[in-house]
Design a protein around this ligand. Structure first.
Ligand SMILES: [Zn+2]
Length: 497
């Protein structure tokens, strides 16, 4: 009975859904040495423009503060500068010949992305100061140096043409139009396409069918490797999954010993109790990381050996992150495809790691981050949405571990070391995580039935992760407005129509 309620609700939730969503597709790159040199110069240019924007904004801001302190007011005050990218980009274009005479050897996209990112950082600072922005307070942007993350963004205004080569194995690298440097002008042909280590066939097909539209491409040096991140506008066409549903609803308890405990076991994914072991990707490499750290500390600063070891260190971290992501992706795809409704606990991961250090040891905090609960939730949210399914979040204050899932008796205290839940009232003895997962499932059902019966009731469930802390990238603006006006079915839309 309760399960039918849940499925009815799922269908009503999806009628009000927006027709598209932004997502990122990551592509590992394999540039030639000449291409890598060019990529590094683009990253440097982006950083240069970023720092220039921050410096201009800062000097204007400081000047006004100083004048106000000296009692200057009204018309005599230095005019305030608009920090938006629409004002900053023309300003940059007017001074670039003077401050960056080399700018013709770098694509204009690199400078634009630097200025845009800086004005976004300035906007976050202003909004945080006014109290408009949620989340942690944001300070005035700081300058970047060559040790900061290396990246630049190419924004697609529809004039770039195809991003992919004929063989689906190369991504377009935009070259500066008016380059004077012979290493670029002589070798345009060789520089134009960057080899990728993965096939782009799926991405190419989706873009060709207008299901996905590429908005921007960010190329970055992450984890010791180059990669491209395609920012994609995806039209949401909820399609029922091909896998037969196991059951309509599942409760999931996330933990450190067991990454997840499900109320419904899935053969091949979980054990017979519905538990999935935590693979502890970081723990497995801790010895190698410590060894590398020791070797690095013994090297002379600025030496070639140190640089080599640092690269190995970066790559090891990159590999750990990729393995974790692969594991989570496999798990979330199965989960999102197998259940119509997934009930999760709304864990405050940042708070658990940052908060009181009395209850958590360094090892536990590391394990929490290594498990990747936040990423698991994020992936589940969008994958469920793709299939027309939903994720329900249970309040973090709900005592899922302390309550008996059989009789409802709540214990006053339950130590983390107690792995078995023993009820003093009904005498049931259960694995701690299994008990918690059942409680989460029951609470999820309660939330869904309440919501369905109480009209006009404020929704307690969320269909996706709240993204309080992020601000929309500015280049989404125009396209979004265009999209909201159209009433045609999303699939037939051509980006040029
Ligand atoms: Zn009991």
């Amino acid at each position: 009975m309760q399960t039918t309620d849940a499925s009815q609700l799922a269908s009503t939730v999806h009628q009000v859904e927006e027709t598209y969503r932004m997502r990122a597709v990551l592509v590992p790159l394999d540039p030639t040495p000449a291409q890598e040199q060019l990529l590094r110069s683009y990253c440097g240019a982006s950083r240069f423009a970023y720092n220039w924007t921050v410096a201009v904004a800062k000097s204007n801001w400081d000047a006004r503060i100083k004048e106000r302190r000296e009692g200057v007011d009204g018309a005599e005050l230095t005019k305030s500068l608009s920090w938006s990218s629409y004002s900053m980009i023309p300003l940059w274009n007017s001074v670039k010949d003077e401050i960056a005479p080399w700018h013709r050897d770098v694509t204009s996209h690199a400078f634009r992305s630097g200025v845009t990112n800086a004005s976004l950082a300035l906007k976050n600072f202003t909004e945080s100061r006014k109290g408009v922005r949620k989340g942690e307070p944001v300070g005035f942007p700081t300058f970047k140096n060559r040790h900061s993350r290396q990246s630049f963004t190419l924004i697609d205004f529809g004039r770039i043409g195809s991003w992919f080569s004929e063989d689906s194995r190369h991504v377009r690298l935009i070259l500066p139009h008016f380059a004077t440097e012979p290493r670029i002008t002589r070798r345009r042909e060789q520089l134009q396409w960057i080899h990728t280590t993965e096939s782009l066939r799926r991405l190419k097909k989706k873009v060709a069918s207008n299901e996905w539209t590429i908005q921007a491409v960010t190329i970055s040096y992450t984890g010791g490797r180059w990669r491209a991140s395609f920012l994609i506008r995806q039209y949401i066409i909820p399609s029922p999954s091909c896998i037969r549903l196991r059951e309509s609803l599942v409760g999931v308890d996330l933990g450190v010993k067991h990454l997840a405990t499900l109320t419904v076991p899935i053969p091949g994914v979980t054990d017979e109790h519905g538990q999935i072991k935590n693979p502890c990707h970081l723990d497995a490499e801790l010895t190698s990381l410590a060894k590398l750290d020791r070797q690095i500390s013994r090297c002379k600063k600025g030496s070639k050996n140190r640089a080599k070891l640092r690269l190995r260190h970066q790559r090891l971290h990159g590999r750990i992150a990729r393995t974790r992501n692969l594991h989570l992706n496999r798990l979330t795809t199965t989960l999102a495809g197998s259940f119509e409704t997934i009930v999760l606990e709304d864990l405050d991961v940042a708070g658990m790691v940052k908060g009181s250090k009395k209850n958590t040891t360094a090892a536990l905090r590391r394990s929490i981050l290594d498990a990747g609960w936040g990423e698991l939730r994020r992936q589940l949210a969008y994958k469920s949405e793709d299939r027309g399914h939903q994720v329900v979040l249970v309040s973090r204050l709900y005592p899922s571990s302390k309550r008996c899932s059989h009789c409802g008796e709540t214990k006053a205290k339950l130590a983390v070391s107690e792995r078995v839940f023993e009820c003093s009232k009904c005498g049931i003895s259960l694995d701690r995580d299994v008990n918690a997962a059942r409680n989460i499932r029951d609470e999820g059902i309660r939330l869904l039935t309440n919501e369905a019966t109480v009209a006009g009731h404020q929704s307690e469930t969320l269909n996706a992760v709240s993204r309080d802390r992020e601000t929309k990238p500015p280049w989404r603006g125009r396209g979004d407005r265009y999209q909201s006006r159209t009433t045609q079915p999303a699939r037939n839309l051509s980006p040029l129509a």
